[in-house]
Ligand binder design. Structure first.
Ligand SMILES: NC(=O)c1ccc[n+]([C@@H]2O[C@H](COP(=O)([O-])OP(=O)(O)OC[C@H]3O[C@@H](n4cnc5c(N)ncnc54)[C@H](O)[C@@H]3O)[C@@H](O)[C@H]2O)c1
Ligand SMILES: O=C(O)C[C@H](O)C(=O)O
Length: 327
């Protein structure tokens, strides 16, 4: 028997990531080739993005995707999140000229407070939330802070782009196919302070550090390249990563609905790996049942890793304190 459609709400649907994302969701890449979807597309309440959204919806129609069972277009979040099983929070205000990070946090904080409240009020009982809009970890923490019905574990932020970037860098350095690289996980913030923990990664079943045999590269250029990849793409393209970010969100959700998948997501830390209990930090998880996961707690951290985790934790704690009065 055919499966019932699931409702997938996407904010910022007419933005660059939205344009690279919606067609993949509708094609089955995110939820599988037998799972019909209804897309509930949410944009800012302005003429230009809403007109662009109408154009994106026309293109979705024109793809004649067999799995796409409906499209909602709205600037009203209570309509867009209504009964949503997945809420993909991509839309956010970008940093303007001369704007401090704290101002960005506060402006986006208002958006994520509002969206957190509405999701908690109207989304489906099994709703899951994945945050992409930057600063993703703290926006996710803010949205989760507004929820009374939905528990904090339902709210995750995306560090999968960083994991994918790190995997490719290790494969290229070792000169192997990237499928040989396993167990590279991202700890902390989606920002240059993130820590891709190379000590536990393997290449072709052997410790990555032994295969690469270049500690200085791992502790220096590797971390720097992964941490600053977003900025390098902005410098090269004149716009932030979009196709790779959309692809990473497909991977994030696909892994979360696939029992047994092991992957990095940002979750409420609850004090694991030395993070402040109240911040959302990247860490390795294993998906248990579709949408649910357990944090893998067995990785030992050496002094180098502990110092990197302390630095990214400090940034997350600082971000939380910038917005504490709003929570
Ligand atoms: N976590 C990651 O790995 C990662 C990677 C790349 C980009 N990002 C972030 O993703 C976000 C989106 O990037 P983009 O390139 O698509 O940006 P974009 O500016 O092209 O699109 C953002 C869209 O969000 C909409 N929007 C703004 N406020 C909204 C609201 N309250 N409700 C609904 N829609 C709203 C805008 O109208 C716009 O269409 C940015 O914050 C970017 O920094 C995160
Ligand atoms: O939008 C950005 O600042 C960069 C983006 O988060 C990325 O990692 O590509």
């Amino acid at each position: 028997m055919a499966k019932a459609p699931i409702k997938v709400a996407v904010t910022g649907a007419a933005g660059q990531i939205g344009y690279a994302l919606l067609f993949r969701i509708a094609s089955g890449a995110m939820f599988g080739p037998d799972q019909p979807v209804i897309l509930q597309l949410i944009e800012a309440p302005f003429e230009k993005p809403l007109a662009a959204l109408a154009g994106v919806a026309m293109e979705l129609d024109d793809c004649a995707f067999p799995l796409l069972k409906g499209i909602v277009q709205t600037s009203d979040a209570s309509v867009g999140f209504k009964d949503a099983n997945w809420c993909l929070l991509v839309g956010a205000k970008p940093r303007g000229p001369g704007m401090e990070r704290a101002d960005l946090l506060k402006d986006n904080g208002k958006i994520f407070i509002e969206q957190g409240k509405i999701i908690d009020a109207v989304a489906a009982d099994d709703a899951r939330v994945a945050v992409v809009g930057n600063p993703a970890n703290t926006n996710c923490m803010i949205a989760a802070s507004q929820a009374k019905r939905l528990t904090p574990d339902r709210f995750t932020a995306m560090v999968r782009l960083d994991q994918n970037r790190a995997q490719t860098q290790l494969a290229q350095k070792a000169g192997v196919d990237l499928t040989e690289v396993k167990d590279i996980f991202i700890y902390g913030n989606h920002s240059p302070t993130m820590f891709p923990s190379f000590a536990h990664a393997t290449i072709g079943g052997k410790a990555a550090a032994d295969v690469i045999n270049d500690k200085a590269w791992l502790e220096g250029p590797f971390l720097e390249t992964v941490g600053k990849r977003g900025a390098a793409i902005i410098a090269a393209r004149g716009a932030s990563s979009a196709a790779s970010a959309a692809n990473a969100l497909v991977d994030h959700v696909r892994s979360l609905v696939t029992p047994g998948a092991i992957h990095s997501i940002a979750v409420k830390s609850n004090g694991l790996y030395g993070f402040d209990p109240e911040v959302w930090a990247g860490m390795p998880v294993r998906t248990t049942t579709p949408g649910a996961y357990e944090v893998i707690t067995s990785y030992e951290m050496d002094d180098f890793a502990k110092s990197k985790i302390a630095a990214t934790n400090k940034e997350l704690v600082d971000e939380r304190s910038f917005v504490a009065s709003m929570l």
